[in-house]
Write a protein that binds this ligand. Structure first.
Ligand code: R5P
Length: 293
């Protein structure tokens, strides 16, 4: 197996290759003077299973992923796996209004051009992968997030809304604590309201777990609500940290104890690696023995 990391997932790709003990080839990626993306895979890949690791955040990085898949194929790869740690456009997961583009499906269909398999981490909704014509697999980074929270003596794990309850439940099982959910309604792209819900949080340490932190609006509202009800400490954790605009500051100003995200989007806040989650998926896909660590 050969790992081919795109520019958005260089660190994660390296960690993944180390865990798998597989070769890694760093592709050449450049930008033409007119802004178009250039990609070259410098070595033959005849007969190999090639894992292109690329978070598709940013339109150029989607293009880069598509070009990497094409170049891997052109260099003779036998099986091409698109490992997309953060799958962009995932929140336009249907045509909410007549005439809208179904963006998440468009990305999946485009990736189908040269990839045999699509693997992703904690997609916003499972059905967004349906547009992909080959095999798909999503893996969860909740075990890694929960392991990170283990030393924080968390008493309660909360999902921001009912739809995210399964993630909270999974983490709570690892942490051996209770779980529940808040009642979130989104008013606009950066504005959410939390319906008053009384929770027994007085004097307790709470972790809120979501799939994405984007503007930080959801986490900020939830944290405020919990602090008002007497929570001692609030941890905000998510798989994907987009941190749009002043999201980090917004959370710090609310008195959050720590913001924890993985490296599906590589940033300073990426204190956890999603590489073990991607590795689990690859081992399952390829019928390899599970990793021991
Ligand atoms: C939405 O349904 C997602 O699960 C997240 O809750 C959302 O993307 C978070 O966005 P923000 O940080 O802007 O509130």
């Amino acid at each position: 197996m050969i790992v081919l990391p795109g520019t958005r997932s260089r660190r994660l790709g390296k960690r993944l290759a180390e865990r798998l003990g597989s070769d890694i080839i760093t592709p050449e990626v450049d930008t033409f003077p007119d802004g178009e993306v250039y990609v070259r895979v410098p070595e033959r890949l005849d007969g190999e299973t090639v894992v292109v690791v690329q978070t598709t955040l940013g339109n150029d990085r989607i293009m880069e992923a598509l070009l990497l898949l094409d170049a891997a194929r052109a260099q003779g790869a036998e099986r091409v796996i698109a490992a997309v740690p953060y799958y962009s456009y995932s929140r336009q997961d249907q045509r909410f209004k007549d005439g809208e583009a179904f963006s998440s499906h468009v990305v999946a269909r485009a990736l189908s051009l040269d990839a045999d398999v699509l693997l992703t981490v904690d997609p916003h909704k499972e059905h967004i992968l349906d547009g992909f014509t080959g095999e798909t697999l999503s893996v969860s980074a909740i075990p890694e997030i929960a392991a990170h929270l283990k030393s924080q003596n968390v008493d309660l794990v909360l999902a921001p809304d009912k739809g995210a309850l399964d993630r909270a439940k999974e983490a709570a099982q690892v942490l051996g604590c209770e779980h529940d959910h808040l009642e979130k309604t989104r008013l606009s792209g950066d504005e959410v309201v939390m319906k008053a819900k009384h929770l027994d949080v007085k004097g307790r340490t709470v972790a809120i777990i979501d799939d994405i932190i984007s503007t930080g609006g959801t986490m900020a509202k939830a944290t405020g609500h919990l602090m008002d009800q007497g929570a001692t400490k609030v941890y905000c954790a998510a798989t994907h940290g987009l941190f749009v605009g002043n999201a980090s500051r917004r959370l710090m100003e609310k008195g959050v104890a720590a913001v924890i995200v993985t490296d599906t989007i590589e940033r300073d806040e990426s204190v956890i690696s999603a590489a073990p989650a991607v590795e689990r998926g690859l081992r399952r896909l390829l019928g390899l023995k599970e990793a021991t660590v």
